[in-house]
Design a protein around this ligand. Sequence first.
Ligand code: ATP
Ligand code: MG
Length: 432
Amino acid sequence: MRQSKLFTKTRREAPSDEQAKNAQLLIRAGYVHKEMAGVYSYLPLGLRTLNKIIDIIREEMNAIGGEELLLATLQDPEVWKKTNRWDDEVVDVWFKTKLKNGSELGLGNTHEEALTALMTEHISSYKDLPRYAYQFQNKFRNETRAKSGIMRTREFIMKDLYSFSKDSTQHVEFYEQAAAAYERIFARAGIGEKTYRTFASGGSFSKYSHEYQTVCDAGEDTIYIDEGTRTAINKEVYDDPDVYATTGIDKTKLVEAKAIEVGNIFTLGTRFSEPLGLSYKDTAGETKPVFMGSYGIGPGRLMGTIVEVLADEKGIVWPKEVAPFAVHLVSLGKPAGGSLTSRNSGSQTSSAGDEITSVADKLYEDLQKAGIEVLYDDRDLRAGEKFADSDLIGIPTRIVVGKDAVATGEFEVVDRATGTVEKKSHEELLKI
Ligand code: ATP
Ligand code: MG
C-alpha cells in the first residue's frame, strides 16, 4: 500500500484525556480512533493488525477442532431468565434496549445462553459429542472502569469458544488442548515469554479456572508467579490453601507482578446445559446433561497488550506475525509530479530525487510480486518526519531508499525492534 493513499495521519500528541499508553500510541500512529471513553474504532492500519491477530486465533481454534459460527448480538431475555442472568443485580454489565412494542432485549455480553439453547436442536446423542463452536463477535459490556485504552472497552470483539462434552473426562481432554492452543497463540503474538497460565477462581463447577496473564505494569490484575513451572496464581485465590495443595506450588517462592488477562479457559460443567435443557442420551439410553467449557480471548485486548509490552520510547514495535505490514519501504526521493514542499524550495529538483523514486517504485513492485506485504512511504515529506512516523507505526523491517542506495545498489535495512542496520541488495531483499 502507498502511504500517500492512506487517509489516516500520524500525530505528535495523543488526546489529553487518553491515559493508557496503548491507546496513546495507537491513536498517534493512526491505528484507532477514540469515539468516547471505552469506545474505539479501528482504522485501516488497526484493522489489518486486528485481523492478523484474529487469523492466528482462528488457525489455532480450527486446529483443535473448532467450528466457526456467528451468533446474534441481540439477546432474548427469556433465555437468560432461565439461567438467572437477566437481572441487573446478577449481571451488572448489561446494555439493554427495547422493541417498539416496549418489550426488552439485551446486547450480548457473552454467549453461553444463546449457544446452549441453539445446541438443543443439534445435540441429542452421545454420538453428537464432543462439539466445539466458536466465533469472533462483538460483546457489549457496561464496564465501570475504562482507563486501559483498547484493553477494556464497552464494545469489543471476543473470540469465544464453547465446548460440549459427554462428561468431565472428555471435557478435560479438550480443556488441555485448548490450553496448549492458547500458549501457541500468545507465543505467535510475541508475548509468550511474559504470559503465564494462572489459577483463578472458577465459579460453580470447578474450583479454579485458568487465566492467561501477561506481566505488565499497566495490568489491572495482581498475580503471583512460579517461574519454575511457568504458572501463576491470581491474587483472588492467593490465600486459598487448596490452590497450593492442588498445584504443588510453593507459596514462599512466588513473585508478585501486575498483569493483563489476555484470555481465559473455564469449566462450566452443567451450569448452563441443565437450566436450558441441553442433554444427550448415553450408550445405555439414559438422558444426561451436556458438560460444557468456555474459552475466551479479546483480540483487541491482546493488541493493546502487545503495544504495552513491546513499545519503546519511539513508538510501537510489532512482532512479525501481527504487524500490519512486513516491510516499511521509505523512499527519500521526490515523488513523481510532486515537489518537496516541506523543503520549501523550488530549486531542489535534482535528478537524484527522481532516480530514487524510480528505484523505490521498482523495489515496491518487486517486493509485492514476491508476496511481501509492504507499506510504501512515497509521501512528499522530509526524511526526519518519515523516520519518526516509521518508528511510531512500528513495522518490523524498514528499507530505506536514498541517494546511497541508488549509487551502490545496497539498501539500508533497519530492524525496528533492535535498531540493527544491515545492507542488502535488491535481490536479497526479495527473500526477506
Ligand atoms: P476481566 O476480568 O478483565 O473483566 P472477564 O473475566 O470479564 O475479564 P471474560 O468475560 O471471560 O473476561 O472474557 C474473555 C476475554 O475477553 C478476556 O480474557 C479478555 O481478553 C477479553 N475481555 C473481557 N472484557 C473485555 C473488555 N471490556 N474489553 C476488551 N476485552 C475484554
Ligand atoms: Mg469483566
